[in-house]
Design a binder for this molecule. Structure first.
Ligand code: FUL
Length: 440
């Protein structure tokens, strides 16, 4: 494809309606809960007795209240982790809550959690680990049937799901064999039963792994990435002008640059796949009594570089063996929510004017009613036409913030006492289009 034609196509790659809705949800919780909660492990072995699972004070309403206090709008529960233990009474295995002492085997954590989310007015999603260290089928074709049966139970019996999370981890099962996962089949099932749910996987289709579990954002975070990386996503352009001169086969999620010009030129085609930043509020994904929640500063920084860095933030909170969140985590979540509300609760009204210098450069001026102490400028591109901005500068009084990508939302920390702010779009792939420009 000729360069100019390709850049026009690259600047016009757009989210599906389900992706656009999901980016607006933006910030949600992960809940890692299984037999590991009782063995103090991060990866269960698959041979844990069902008798150890007994969350005597399970309180999913408490989870939901805590999650909401931080401003999160959804919750994804590990219905089954790598150990294979099911938090719901699956028909297809004995390794589940039905053989635990909890509620005499009559309990269903997935049901209680889904109901609590609905009562609390937040979205509900599920994580179903493809890696299963318990199933006797693992490592054979029959496992994909087993997995699809379990997935179908979750997709059809618990109401609307907003996200289905496919862990990429693939280790050995009890037979010592690894499994070839039939992701195409899993994806088709989700599209059939939950057409509005986004699917998370390392390689798309809807949301991709950001490449680390520490909430670290990229220098430039593109939602428009080469299909070599997100090969499960829909390809929306032709090949880049240098596609015959190189290959992007080695492109991997943790790479520093995954959607910038030097990569996309070589791509066979581009797709829309925004990053999700998954991180735990503590060191581990599962509860370990000796671990402390991360500092408020760390959580704020992660929010600013994820939700405020053209991605989504999936923050894990691990329940304790009794089935409740730890008071330390609850306090930190509330503190985090208070800090977010204080920072972004009320924008400063501004009179906005835009001057276009060229097709791809413009200056936006925000005139404030009077001199104000400002902390953040928040920019949002109109992704319904595509992600376009490559570089920009924000100026307020004598302070400058230089940024690269904007995308769905870019939070620019800039502390100044100013009566106006200017945002210069220095470089873009096509005429920059905004959904909003705000000052806080
Ligand atoms: C990883 C898993 O191995 C961890 O246990 C955790 O579930 C994390 C979210 O994904 O791949």
């Amino acid at each position: 494809m000729e360069y100019r034609e390709f850049m026009k196509a690259a600047a016009s790659v757009t989210p599906s309606p389900r992706q656009a809705a999901h980016m607006d949800i933006g910030f949600y919780a992960f809940v890692h809960f299984t037999v590991n909660t009782y063995t103090d492990l991060e990866w269960g072995l698959g041979d844990e007795p069902e008798s150890i699972f007994n969350p005597v004070d399970l309180d999913c309403d408490q989870w939901v209240e805590a999650v909401k206090s931080a401003g999160m709008k959804g919750l994804i529960l590990t219905a089954k982790h790598h150990d294979g233990f099911c938090l719901w009474p699956s028909k297809y295995t004995e390794h589940s809550v039905k053989n635990s002492p909890w509620k005499n085997g009559k309990g269903d954590v997935v049901r209680e959690c889904a109901d609590a989310c609905r009562r609390g007015g937040i979205k509900f999603g599920v994580y179903l680990s493809p890696w299963d260290r318990n199933s006797k089928y693992y490592g054979t074709d029959a496992y994909n049937d087993y997995y699809c049966n379990q997935l179908t139970e979750l997709l059809t019996e618990y109401g609307e799901l907003f996200e289905v999370w496919f862990d990429g981890a693939c280790g050995e099962g009890p037979s010592g064999k690894k499994q070839v996962y039939d992701f195409e089949r899993y994806i088709a099932l989700i599209r059939k039963y939950q057409p509005n749910a986004v699917i998370f996987n390392d390689y798309g289709p809807d949301v991709r792994w950001c490449g680390n579990e520490a909430g670290t954002g990229r220098y430039a975070e593109w939602a428009v990435v080469p299909s070599e990386l997100c090969f499960r996503s829909e390809v929306q352009t032709g090949a880049g002008p240098a596609a015959d001169m190189g290959t992007l086969e080695g492109l991997y999620n943790p790479d520093a640059n995954i959607g910038a010009l030097p990569q996309i030129m070589y791509s066979k085609g581009l797709c829309f796949a925004p990053g999700e930043f998954d991180m735990s509020i503590r060191k581990g994904w599962f509860y370990h009594a000796n671990e402390e929640p991360h500092s408020l500063e760390r959580l704020m920084h992660t929010y600013i570089t994820s939700v405020g860095g053209n991605g989504c933030f999936n923050l894990n909170i691990p329940p304790m063996p009794n089935g409740k969140f730890d008071e330390r985590d609850i306090a930190r979540l509330k503190e985090f929510g208070d800090a977010l509300r204080a920072a972004f609760g009320e924008e400063i009204p501004a009179e906005i004017t835009r001057t276009d210098k060229s097709e791809t450069q413009c200056t936006i001026t925000l005139k404030l009613p009077e001199k104000k102490q400002i902390s953040y400028v928040v920019l949002e591109e109109d992704l319904s036409v595509g992600q376009r901005v490559e570089a920009f500068t924000v100026k307020a009084a004598n302070k400058t913030f230089r940024g690269t990508t904007i995308g769905h939302r870019r939070i620019c920390p800039i502390t100044a006492n100013a009566d106006s702010v200017t945002v210069s779009i220095d470089c873009a792939r096509a005429n920059p289009a905004f959904r909003s420009v705000k000052v806080y």
